[in-house]
Design a binder for this molecule. Structure first.
Ligand SMILES: NC(=O)c1ccc[n+]([C@@H]2O[C@H](COP(=O)([O-])OP(=O)(O)OC[C@H]3O[C@@H](n4cnc5c(N)ncnc54)[C@H](OP(=O)(O)O)[C@@H]3O)[C@@H](O)[C@H]2O)c1
Length: 260
């Protein structure tokens, strides 16, 4: 029997998970992207792109496509789609699993200020002019218009449009992973005093955090949003094993039904 699996993606792990599951004979995998990135990296499995139209739209999609399992492998800061996914799964009666990569923990030498929102990150920079590296998405950097006294180095995958309404900003286009050595050179070259970051977790973007620690640079860390409570795993391997377990319990039938 073939199982139809929809993976909500937009992360490296989602792509890896899709590849792992698609390699199995009994899984038909579709990867869903929000469609924001202008030239997303090749995903290696069938992809659909763009929003569903809220939880209702996603629930309808799950029904129409006969999806057997929904996997939320979106970025930890993509809170709306994760909430929609949990709600849509309930509405459509489709089981859901989530891939939730653990956040980074501060270690000896880190100089982190924890804030709840990007607006609070703006305030945490203080009144005096500083040299600030914004390692945030292009949708979030607009909040820094409120503090035009700072110099900003802004790195994003796609161009920031419109540009910030501040007099002193440098824009960099780049896609991770980023190595610690390169991040250190970047912070030094631009004489950065503050890094503003999300707690994304994972290795691909940790380089700037390690580099900031090595250089004694302050980090303003925007904390993670609340996410719905659904069965989850921290790594691709563990989630793939959960899908196996799930397959035995749900696709073949619960243990009791199988007489074991
Ligand atoms: N936020 C981040 O820091 C970040 C970082 C790296 C990658 N990403 C990825 O970028 C995408 C957008 O992130 P976001 O923070 O803007 O999301 P969000 O605020 O949670 O979601 C906003 C809307 O975008 C649509 N959407 C989001 N992810 C989708 C997906 N995988 N497939 C189809 N539609 C999706 C949904 O539209 P409808 O309501 O119309 O369905 C959702 O309501 C996600 O796929 C996420 O994994 C986000």
């Amino acid at each position: 029997m073939t199982h139809r699996i929809l993976i909500l993606g937009g992360t490296t792990e989602a792509r890896q998970l899709a590849g792992t599951l698609a390699a199995r004979d009994d899984c038909l995998v579709t990867l869903s992207l929000a469609g924001r990135t202008e030239s997303p990296v090749a995903q290696g499995v069938p992809v659909r792109s763009g929003g569903f139209g809220g939880a209702d739209g996603l629930a309808a999609y799950l029904g129409e496509t006969g999806t057997d399992l929904l996997i939320d492998a979106t970025h930890p800061y993509a809170a709306r789609i994760s909430a929609n996914a949990a709600q849509a799964a309930r509405m459509a009666g489709v089981p859901i699993l989530a891939l939730r990569r653990p956040g980074w923990e501060p270690v000896e030498g880190d100089r982190w200020t924890l804030v709840d929102t990007v607006d609070h990150a703006v305030q945490a920079l203080g009144a005096a002019p500083r040299r600030v590296f914004l390692a945030l998405g292009r949708q979030e950097v607009g909040a820094f218009d409120a503090a035009p006294q700072h110099h900003y180095l802004i790195r994003s995958v796609d161009p920031v449009e419109p540009r910030l309404a501040v007099p002193d900003a440098t824009y960099l286009l780049a896609r991770g992973p980023f190595r610690e050595d390169d991040e250190r050179a970047l912070l030094e070259k631009h004489r950065i005093e503050f890094v503003v970051s999300k707690n994304s977790g994972g290795a691909a973007t940790y380089g700037k955090i390690a580099a900031a620690r090595a250089l004694g640079v302050d980090v303003v860390m925007v904390q993670r949003p609340d996410l719905p409570d659904v069965p989850s795993a921290e790594t691709v391997e563990v989630l793939a094993a959960l899908v196996d377990q799930f397959g035995i319990d749900h696709f073949v039938g619960p243990a009791a039904e199988r007489g074991v």
